[in-house]
Design a protein around this ligand. Structure first.
Ligand SMILES: Nc1ncnc2c1ncn2[C@@H]1O[C@H](COP(=O)(O)OP(=O)(O)O)[C@@H](O)[C@H]1O
Ligand SMILES: [Mg+2]
Length: 344
């Protein structure tokens, strides 16, 4: 049993922005020291707002939080010394070189002389930026910039590192390299890491514990395996040729729920999802039942449980759809995803 105090503890954080957006609606988080904790949620879920509050860049309307044992509202200066922050958007000066950025950051934290030289050289080496150290950051690739961002967050050897969407916008190769790096930071250096992501795969791969965030609060939390393990059997997803109304939804639910080995029927627009003890065996019966109900099926897939299924179960919506709705509402970076209608 772990008897050390949590590295991060947030209780019932509430935050509304001017204009009436409730960004946080009772956010609770506990992160044990030396672990990687993933805050997973679609765009607009409240991840960055949570990070801003925990890193003292914003104040909650109510609720409490401690980081490295310090209260974020009462001792923001102590919190700032104990943490490293890599914001969603890069904080590096593009007109300066990588080395200059690191030196400036080090000086801000009180490093001088050979101590500063040594730390900067160590980080450049560590993040494979030594060859590019004296080039301006504006010429760096996305992956190099992101590695520099992480290095900047580590200059003063923090206890807790916050990574807000560390791989958003990176190509798959740079993403993989960043994953390896984050794994090393927690594994070899015992750093506590709170990362946010809207990539299911990233949370699954990196985080020892994941909290799925939806509309400003945690809907479920656990290890990726325990979350997936809670779901019985396979997921079967079917796409209908046309959407069904409220009456049709009820009809479909009762038609499918009665089939042997089929549970948890969810109907959402044109998507029908069920859990089945044996997905492949259930498909013919499911298609037959839908046909008898007069509903055409365009596609059916069977999959082992994923975090997407966990999300669907706890929110009643598919992750990809929440993501699109959040994107449309946010108008921020889109990461190449198609914008869909904002309706939820
Ligand atoms: N400065 C702001 N002013 C007004 N609304 C904001 C501001 N920052 C975020 N929001 C809104 O708060 C909600 C949560 O945003 P955010 O915390 O950035 O979510 P995430 O990081 O999960 O995408 C969104 O609806 C977003 O549009
Ligand atoms: Mg964000």
């Amino acid at each position: 049993m772990n008897t050390r105090a949590p590295a991060v503890e947030a209780r019932q954080l509430i935050k509304a922005y001017p204009g009436g957006v409730t960004a946080l609606n009772g956010m609770d988080i506990t992160v044990e020291p030396g672990t990687v904790f993933g805050l997973l949620g679609p765009n607009g879920a409240g991840k960055s707002t949570t990070v801003k509050i925990l890193t003292t860049l914003a104040r909650p309307d109510s609720g409490t939080a401690t980081v490295a044992g310090h209260d974020v509202l009462r001792h923001p200066d102590r919190v700032r010394r104990a943490i490293g922050v890599v914001a969603q958007n890069s904080g590096a000066d593009p007109g300066a070189t990588g080395r200059e950025n690191l030196r400036l950051q080090g000086r801000l934290y009180g490093l001088r002389g050979t101590g500063l030289d040594r730390r900067v050289a160590e980080l450049l080496d560590r993040f494979t930026l030594a060859d590019a150290a004296d080039r301006r950051v504006k010429g760096y690739s996305g992956g190099m910039r992101r590695r520099l961002d992480v290095a900047l967050g580590l200059v003063h050897q923090p206890e807790v590192l916050f990574l807000d969407e560390p791989t958003t916008g990176l190509d798959p190769q740079a993403r993989g390299a960043m994953w390896d790096e984050i794994g090393r930071l927690s594994g070899e250096e015992g750093l506590t890491i709170l990362l946010t992501t809207h990539y299911l795969e990233e949370a699954d791969r990196l985080a020892e514990r994941v909290a799925i965030v939806d509309r400003g609060r945690v809907v479920v939390e656990g290890t990726p395996d325990s979350l997936k393990g809670e779901l019985r059997g396979d997921a079967v997803h079917m796409e209908l040729r046309s959407g069904v109304g409220e009456a049709g939804r009820t009809l479909l639910r009762s038609a499918l729920d009665g089939l042997p080995g089929v549970h948890e029927v969810l109907v959402d627009g044109r998507r029908v999802s069920v859990r089945a003890d044996d997905g492949a065996a259930a498909v013919p019966a499911l298609l037959g039942a839908l046909e008898r109900a007069g509903v055409g099926v365009a596609a059916a897939t069977v999959a082992r449980p994923s975090l997407d299924d966990v999300y669907l179960r706890y929110t009643g919506r598919r992750y990809s759809e929440a993501e699109e709705a959040g994107e449309a509402g946010e108008g921020g970076r889109t990461d190449g995803l198609a914008l869909a209608g904002g309706a939820r």
